[in-house]
Write a protein of this length. Sequence first.
Length: 100
Amino acid sequence: MSCCPAKEEQKQKCLSMTHEERLAHIKKRKCQTYGMIAAGCASFGGLVGGLWNQIGAGAIGAGFGGACGLIFGSCGLLEEAKRYEKWDAEAEADIAAEKA
């Protein structure tokens, strides 16, 4: 069981959108990516700052552990945005070739 649709399904969904819808989807995914990275950094800073007096330098490990899910989880969204950009460029090239 997969946690996300297959690339073929994603490509079909992408190609069924208009160019403007694809660009909006890409922009949304990139904003979500940056938001997750910022939340991960804030989580890291908050955990380290809050735990430093109690456990010392071990707070760095606790902070990283708490933040890495957000930071590394954002990679999937960014990869999806990159795939959509690639498929959008291919679709636009196909449309331009058909018109020529």
